[in-house]
Design a protein around this ligand. Structure first.
Ligand code: ATP
Length: 364
C-alpha cells in the first residue's frame, strides 16, 4: 500500500506548529524513516498517520483513500513502540494472538496465525513463556509478531530498538529489515538514530523543527545534503565545519581565525556561484582529511592545527584538533607518530561540501 502525505500541519493549542507543511510519499513495500532530533515532530507525524492525533491541516492518503477522518482501528495498521508493553500475565502465544480476539477471529485460526507470526520473528520455541522470562530483544520480537498478526497493510515503528543494548540493536535491525522485505509490507519508522535510519531504510525523511529538510535515499542524503543540518546529522563522527570566506575570485578560501588558505577545485569554485567576501562553511568528513606529509605541509595548501585529544578506535586513531578556534576531527593511521599537543598540518583530500554561512544551504 502507498502512503501519501500532503501539506500536513499539526498545532497544539497556543504553541507553534509541531509539524509544518510536511510532504512524504512511501511507495508500496517501501521502508521509510522519519529521522530527526528530539522534538522535531516525527512522533506527532506518526501519530497522525495512525489516527491517534487529529490532523490540523493537510491530507493523509492510503493508496487513493483519504484517511483524515478514519478511526484508528479501521486503518489496519500494526504498530511497535519503544516499550514492547506485553501483557505480563499472558504467555507469548496469548500476547501475539490478542489483537485477533477483538477482530472475532475463531480461536483455532487465531492460534494458527499467532504461531505463524511467532515463526516469522523466530520465537516459536518460546510460545509458553511469560514476558518476564524473555530478554528485551525477545520481548520486542513478540511485540513485532503481535503487530503483524492482523496482517496490517502498514507497519509503524516508533523507536523500536532504542531500549535495547548496542549489540541487540544491530541484530534486530537486520531482522526487522529481513522480515519487512519478505512480507513486502510498507513500513514507516521513527528514530533519532542516524545509523539505524541509514542501515534500515529505502528512503529517509530528515526533519528539524517540524519541517521536512530532505527526503531521499541514504546515499543521496549522505552525499548530496541540501543543507548543513542534513550534512551534520548523517555520519558519525559528524561532518567537520570550517568557517571560511572567499576573498577574491579564484579558488582560494581563507579559514577563519587562521592565516591559512585552502584551494577549492576550480569546478567547485565555479559551480558554487560564490561572490567576493561571501562567508562560507566548508564541510568535510573526518575520513576526507589527511595529515600533510612529515607534518610540515607539502606542495598542497594545508591547514595548521593542534591535536587536543587522540581516541583509539581499534583500526585507526581519531584525532581531535583545533585550528584557530575551530574544532576538527580526522582519522590517522595507527602507525602515524602523533601525540596530544602536537602542531600538525592537514590537507583536505576531498572537497565536496560547501554551504553558505548565512542560509546554510548547500551551494553545490
Ligand atoms: P522525541 O524524539 O523526543 O519523541 P519528536 O521528534 O517525536 O521527539 P514530537 O513528540 O513529535 O517530537 O513533538 C514535536 C513538538 O510538539 C514538540 O515541541 C513537543 O513539545 C510538541 N508536542 C508534542 N505532543 C504535544 C502535545 N500533546 N501537546 C502539546 N505539545 C506537544
Amino acid at each position: 500500500m502507498r502512503v501519501q502525505i500532503e501539506h500536513l500541519y499539526k498545532s497544539f493549542e497556543e504553541s507553534k506548529a509541531a509539524v509544518h507543511d510536511f510532504n512524504l510519499r512511501a511507495e508500496d513495500g517501501e521502508f521509510v524513516t522519519m529521522l530527526g532530533p528530539s522534538g522535531c515532530g516525527k512522533s506527532t507525524t506518526m501519530l497522525m498517520i495512525a489516527g491517534i492525533h487529529e490532523v490540523s491541516k493537510g491530507s493523509i492518503y492510503f493508496d487513493d483513500d483519504l484517511m483524515n477522518y478514519v478511526h484508528p482501528k479501521d486503518r489496519n495498521i500494526g504498530m511497535v513502540f519503544q516499550n514492547p508493553a506485553l501483557y505480563p500475565n499472558m504467555n507469548v502465544l496469548q500476547n501475539i494472538s490478542f489483537p485477533l480476539r477483538n477482530l472475532k477471529v475463531p480461536k483455532k485460526e487465531a492460534e494458527q496465525r499467532a504461531k505463524d507470526a511467532a515463526e516469522i520473528v523466530q520465537m516459536s520455541d518460546f510460545l509458553k513463556r511469560k514476558p518476564r522470562q524473555l530478554s528485551g530483544g525477545q520481548q520486542q520480537r513478540v511485540a513485532l509478531a503481535r503487530a503483524l498478526v492482523k496482517r496490517p497493510r502498514l507497519l509503524l515503528l516508533d523507536e523500536p530498538l532504542s531500549s535495547l543494548d548496542a549489540r541487540l540493536r544491530m541484530s534486530l535491525r537486520e531482522e526487522i529489515r529481513r522480515i519487512q522485505k519478505s512480507l513486502g509490507i510498507t513500513t514507516i519508522m521513527v528514530t533519532h538514530d542516524q545509523e539505524e535510519a541509514m542501515s534500515m531504510s529505502d528512503r529517509i525523511a530528515v526533519m528539524n523543527n517540524g519541517v521536512l529538510q530532505q527526503f531521499g535515499t541514504p546515499d543521496e542524503l549522505y552525499n548530496n545534503p541540501v543543507n548543513w543540518f542534513v550534512a551534520q546529522f548523517l555520519g558519525m563522527p559528524a561532518m567537520n565545519r570550517l568557517e571560511c570566506h572567499w576573498e577574491r575570485p579564484g579558488c582560494s578560501i581563507h579559514v577563519a581565525g587562521t592565516p591559512d588558505v585552502l584551494t577549492l577545485p576550480a569546478e567547485l569554485a565555479v559551480s558554487g556561484n560564490i561572490v567576493a567576501n561571501q562567508r562560507l562553511l566548508l564541510g568535510f568528513r573526518p575520513h576526507q582529511a589527511k595529515l600533510a606529509s612529515n607534518g610540515k605541509g607539502g606542495a598542497k595548501p594545508s591547514l595548521g592545527a593542534k591535536i587536543s585529544m587522540i581516541e583509539f578506535t581499534g583500526r585507526e586513531k581519531l584525532l581531535h584538533l583545533v585550528a584557530g578556534e575551530q574544532e576538527i576531527k580526522m582519522y590517522a593511521d595507527l602507525s602515524d607518530a602523533v601525540s596530544e599537543g602536537d602542531e600538525v598540518r592537514l590537507e583536505v583530500a576531498h572537497f565536496r561540501y560547501l554551504f553558505d554561512a548565512e542560509s546554510e544551504q548547500n551551494l553545490m
